[in-house]
Design a protein around this ligand. Structure first.
Ligand code: ADP
Ligand code: DP6
Ligand code: CO
Length: 325
C-alpha cells in the first residue's frame, strides 16, 4: 500500500467585474475576462490522500460524506497528468457558507488543485495551477492569487488562466459581507449562467460592456481609485443580475433583505461615505469600502442587520500548502 498526501488552503475571491457565461462548458472557458479581490476571512482547507488500497474516490465536506462525482472528474485530470490511476480520499473544510454566493466553489477548487497536484507528485507553476483550478470551477482560477487578480479569458485550455494584478494590496480597501442567507442557492452558478447565455436577449451587450468595464477597473486599481472601482463594480453586478431577470424562465438571486442592504449603501453615499455593493450568485451583499469608514458603515447596517450578519474581510493571500491537522 502506498500513500501520498498533501493539504492546501485557498481563500475565496469576490468578482468586481464578473464572469457570467461560458463559451466552452467542458473546458470552462469564459465569455469575458473578469477581475476579483481575494478575501482573508473566507477560505477552504482541503486534504487529498492518494491511497493504492482504495477502490474509488471518497469525499467528505465538513466531516459529512458526499457524492464524489464532481471531485472524481477533477481528480481524473490530475491522474492523467501524473500518469497514475490511484484513487483518493478528499477531506475538505469550508470556512465560508457552501453554495450561498460567497464563492465557496472558488476556494474549494483552488485548494483542491494545489492539494491534489502536490499529493500526486506534480509541482505545478501558479499558472498551471490556475488552469487546473479552472476545470473545477471558473472562479477558482482567480483564487490561486492573493489580492486583485484578473482571469484572462483565452481561447483554449492553455491560455485561459488568472494573473496577479496586485497581490499585496497596499491601499485602504476592504469588504463587509452582509450575510442574509447561508442556505444553498436553488440555482447553482453553473445552471444560472447557462440559462442566461441561452436565453437572454441582452447577453451580447453584457459581454461587450463588461470588456470595457474591465479595462477601466484595472486603471482604477492602478490609481487606487476606490470611487471609480466601486462605481464600476456596482454597475457591473447589477448588469449581471439584470441578465438573470431577462432570462427565460427568469430568475433572481436577490432576496428582500438584499435590496434593504443595497438601499442602505446608497443612503450612506448620499451622506458622503464612499461605499459600493456587489452580489455574486446569491442573496448576500458585499460592501466595498475603506477600513477608515467601516465602523460608520457597520453602524448604519446594524439599524437592520444583527452584528453577526456583518463580516469584515480584508484582501487575502493566494493558495498555499498547509500542515495537515
Ligand atoms: P458558490 O456561490 O458558493 O461558489 P456554486 O454554485 O458556484 O456556489 O458552487 C457550489 C458548489 O461547489 C457546491 O454545491 C459543491 O459542489 C462545490 N463545493 C463547495 N465547497 C466545496 C469544497 N470544499 N470542496 C469541493 N467542492 C465544494
Ligand atoms: C457570479 O465559478 O461558481 O460568482 O465555473 O460553473 O463553477 P462555475 O461557476 P462559478 O461562477 C461564479 C460566478 C460569479 C461571478 C464571478 O465569480 O466572476
Ligand atoms: Co461558485
Amino acid at each position: 500500500m502506498t500513500i501520498h498526501q498533501a493539504s492546501a488552503r485557498a481563500h475565496t475571491n469576490i468578482a468586481l467585474i464578473k464572469y457570467w457565461g461560458k463559451k466552452d462548458q467542458q473546458l470552462i472557458l469564459p465569455m469575458n475576462g473578469s477581475l476579483s479581490l481575494t478575501l482573508d476571512h473566507f477560505y477552504t482547507d482541503t486534504t487529498v490522500v492518494f491511497d493504492s488500497s482504495l477502490k474509488a474516490d471518497q469525499f467528505w465536506l465538513d466531516d459529512q460524506r458526499q457524492s464524489a462525482t464532481k471531485i472524481s472528474r477533477f481528480l481524473d485530470l490530475v491522474r492523467q497528468r501524473s500518469e497514475q490511476k490511484t484513487f483518493a480520499k478528499v477531506k475538505s473544510y469550508n470556512h465560508v457558507p457552501n453554495a450561498a454566493g460567497l464563492a465557496s466553489s472558488a476556494s474549494a477548487f483552488a485548494a483542491l488543485a494545489l492539494a491534489a497536484s502536490q499529493a500526486a507528485g506534480l509541482n505545478l507553476s501558479r499558472q498551471a495551477l490556475s488552469r487546473l483550478a479552472r476545470r473545477g470551477s471558473g472562479s477558482a482560477t482567480r483564487s490561486i492569487y492573493g489580492g486583485f487578480a484578473e482571469w484572462l479569458p483565452g481561447t483554449t485550455d492553455k491560455d485561459s488562466y488568472a494573473i496577479p494584478l496586485q497581490e499585496k494590496v497596499d491601499w485602504d480597501i476592504e469588504m463587509i459581507a452582509v450575510i442574509i442567507n447561508r442556505q444553498q442557492k436553488k440555482i447553482s452558478s453553473r445552471q444560472g449562467m447557462e440559462r442566461v447565455v441561452e436565453t437572454s436577449p441582452y447577453y451580447p451587450a453584457w459581454v461587450k460592456s463588461t470588456q470595457a468595464d474591465l479595462l477601466k477597473a484595472k486603471k482604477a486599481i492602478q490609481a487606487h481609485d476606490l470611487i471609480l472601482l466601486g462605481e464600476l463594480a456596482e454597475s457591473n453586478a447589477l448588469r449581471m443580475h439584470a441578465l438573470n431577470l431577462s432570462a427565460r424562465p427568469p430568475f433572481s438571486y436577490f432576496e428582500p433583505q438584499s435590496l434593504v442592504a443595497m438601499r442602505l449603501v446608497e443612503k450612506l453615499r448620499t451622506r458622503g461615505i464612499c461605499c459600493y455593493y456587489t452580489l455574486d450568485a446569491g442573496p448576500n451583499v458585499k460592501v466595498l469600502c475603506a477600513h477608515k469608514d467601516s465602523q460608520i458603515i457597520k453602524e448604519t447596517l446594524q439599524s437592520v442587520f444583527a452584528p453577526d450578519q456583518l463580516i469584515e474581510a480584508f484582501p487575502g493571500p493566494g493558495v498555499q500548502l498547509i500542515n495537515e491537522k
